[in-house]
Write a protein that binds this ligand. Sequence first.
Ligand code: FAD
Length: 447
Amino acid sequence: MAIPTHVKYLIIGAGIHGLSTAYHLAQQLKAQRKGDGRDILIVDKSGIAAGASGIACGVIRNNYFQPAMRELMAHSVSVWETDPEGYSYHPVGYMQISPESMHADVATIARQQKDIGYESTFIEGEKESADYMKSLFHDWQAKGITSVLHEKRGGYANNTKAMYALASKAENEGVRILTGCTVTGFKSESAGGAIKAVETDKGEIGCDMVIIGAGPWAKIIWDMLELPKTISIKGKDGIMHDDIPMWIYWSLQEGTLGVDPELQKTNDGRFPPVIHVDSNAPLYSNYDGSLITDEMWGIYYKPDFHFGGIQGGAAPYAIETDPDEVAVDPYGVDSPDFVVGEDFAHMWVSALAHCQKRFEGQFDYYKNEPSGGIGSFTPDSFPVFDMFRENCYLIADSNHGYKMLGVGKLVAEEICGTQSSLLEPFRFSRYAEGKLHPVSSSPFPWS
Ligand SMILES: Cc1cc2nc3c(=O)[nH]c(=O)nc-3n(C[C@H](O)[C@H](O)[C@H](O)COP(=O)(O)OP(=O)(O)OC[C@H]3O[C@@H](n4cnc5c(N)ncnc54)[C@H](O)[C@@H]3O)c2cc1C
């Protein structure tokens, strides 16, 4: 495709957010007779689903401790439900299985899911939790579990299939997708003013508005926009905390046990909900019996034909390297620095066996191939959806985002003039104003 000299809307990134925004913006423009998909250009330095959206586990859930996250996720689930087949979405449900230290938090989530009409069952008590889990899986054996939240909606989607479907939907609306085109800078008439053009390695593209869905590259684009490297945050204590780095990186740990996905069916022969277990029971190696940890740990897993086995992950770890020095490229499985190693495999497969007897002695089936990837996280690990430099809409999901198919729809509505109350709690100004989201007792940074 020839590179255009000017477009109305230039979107950076052909991942879930860039594609979803393009598709929904095209529909909005047409509905409001303000234009159509031909006004929109997506540029991506690699290709469709080349970033985090193409390697994500694809889990779609509502279970969040923060009311604003829950409401946003409920909206996104309803967008996934509009075309399950097209989006390769498997609405098998999701289970949060927790120890006593998380009981009160999860009880709050269950109550608030009722309030927003999001269907779930909440089981409390050690015996009751074990009985409920055994009614689904006869071999359930995890210890120290005192609550189970079973969300009936949500599940997972096949990562790249959903992205290609979204790209087709956008292209059918007239959106152009230019791959192999890297954004290298921005042009404006005054320092810090509106963006007039985007500089790329293929030439300059003038634009009226820029929308950024750059996932793990969010910090790199942020720096190109000359936005602050550190920010001030008003804490819950009312005190201003200065010089907090705007971005840090975390490494996501995921892998696949290469057994037949049919191994993980429920007692009645169905494919099960996505399982997420947090536990503070000591975790022993299923390989040599050694103690892996006696601290809080967490895993998630699902049978997945796309990955060819039981696929899932464990809690990520924060990358200590100065964010300016972290190599985001080559990304994902091609990274020499950030793919999971033997420690992950040992812990995750042992944790599977801790939960269900059918996974005992299966260690040799772990797929010893690169997996996982990094994500760029904001200071509070929650998304920032906001306009910068007057005409630059940043969608930075702080790595929550594969499930957030609906965010692009809400962003498209905002661009067309309807502010969204669901996006409001995620403005950048929350840091200075101290309007922070509550923090849960989960071991994961995004719960
Ligand atoms: C291993 C892993 C597992 C995950 N699992 C889940 C999960 O189960 N559920 C969930 O909800 N979320 C999950 N996530 C998080 C989720 O994948 C991300 O939050 C989401 O995909 C980000 O989408 P995006 O569109 O912002 O970015 P991406 O999908 O990363 O897309 C960004 C695109 O921007 C392009 N780009 C970057 N810089 C430039 C530039 N300068 N010029 C042009 N193009 C550029 C890239 O090539 C890329 O294609 C996971 C993440 C990882 C890493």
